[in-house]
Design a protein around this ligand. Sequence first.
Ligand code: HEC
Ligand code: HEC
Length: 406
Amino acid sequence: MRKSRTIWGTAVMGGLVGLTGAAGGCGNDSQTPTINAAQAMQGQDIFRSDTFGDETFWTDTLHLNEVIQSAVDPTTALKVGLKVDADALPADVVAGVQDGSISLTDPATTVALLKLGAVVGVKGTVENVNGTDTLTHVGITCALCHSTVDDSFMPGIGKRLDAWPNTSLNPGAIIALSPALTADQKAVYNSWGPGKYDPRYNQDGLNGPVVIPPAYGLLGLNKVTVTGDGDQLEYWNRYVAVTQMGGHGTFMEPRTGVNVTNGTDDLVSSQLPALQEYQLSIPAPPPPAGSFDQAAADRGKMVFEGPGKCATCHSGSLFTDANSRLHDPSEVVSEPEPNGEPSYASRSATKKYRTAPLRGVWQHPPYFHNGTAPTLEAVVETYDSRKSLGLSADQKADLVQYLKSL
Ligand code: HEC
Ligand code: HEC
């Protein structure tokens, strides 16, 4: 059922101009979807701090608390892309990092940061065991992969940017630290690299990581994930919370045969409505001032809508036709996958791809689900050659400026 919503802030209102249809796939009325601010605030807390009980997996199964305690100093943690929330650091810690009296090469400092709740997306329980602060439990939250920081304090440490993908995070390398995995499993996890994760490997055994996408700019879009597997964020949020994070609850999908239940309780279902509302409340970030050439972007818009034929799929205010159709892999320029990996679409529920929404696309290289285009220039070159568009060098350059302006 369509929820009654109130407007959440002027930034979202600004982003809503021209939108039609209800968020979350319910109903076909043409009212502007709006956000319930109180529910979204509750969802922010879930997004940042709820593990849904996944300590069962990260602690009891993977034993990552022991690895962190003994071997992961802050320098190592920052190297695998973990981020520190500067707002969670008390003044004496800030001063200690600045004057060097707090060591960034001592795992005990990592434990101290976890105790402060300062490591983005990682939730630790620190208890005094025989006089030593000990990380007895560790779990992860949605913020691990879908948040970064603005580096305002130092690289890797700053203010939270929720819903921005953490493009430097190496989730595979983090999981591979676990002593509970086989050498073959570790090799797969270590093969992914920064900014990528395979959210199906532990279900279908195939290896083909995808780029961690943003969780912003999704209001009004009724197909989620690059393959449009669900009509609502809640669908995929449940999938990830249960099958990937190890949260307590159930996910079932007859189209792929995935059927997972963790625990005997359900710590996921009740959190999904607010978690979804929070994500929907976050608009795509506008391009930084001066980051593109406006005159070239204006010309590029003509290329996008004309000889580039981009708008035939990237249509409407969200720059996607996803609400009405998905596309066969044969129509999509990002396949075949690199390195002989299996088609990602073939592993999904729909076997197709969703036209990617393009708002905020300046922010999150590399592009395409498999990251095969490192820049927007490479995206345009790929379309020009794969679709035989015959664009001139000037048209391609203008098109890139337009993409940077979205
Ligand atoms: C280990 C990293 C990781 C974690 C943790 C994670 N995600 Fe994701 N998320 C991904 C990847 C990778 C994809 C892309 C999958 C796809 O599109 O097939 C994704 C896709 C998404 C999407 C789809 C975006 C779109 O454009 O349709 C949303 C929304 C999302 N995640 C939200 C969440 C939420 C909420 C949580 C916590 C319950 C979460 N994620 C936890 C890695 C992660
Ligand atoms: C046949 C429909 C179609 C046409 C035409 C099309 N696109 Fe796409 N576009 C897609 C699909 C589907 C994806 C997602 C592919 C993937 O995830 O691998 C995509 C992805 C992208 C991305 C990457 C977004 C991201 O988040 O990684 C960009 C940028 C893009 N297209 C720009 C363009 C431009 C510029 C043109 C015109 C030259 C164009 N597209 C033409 C369907 C289309």
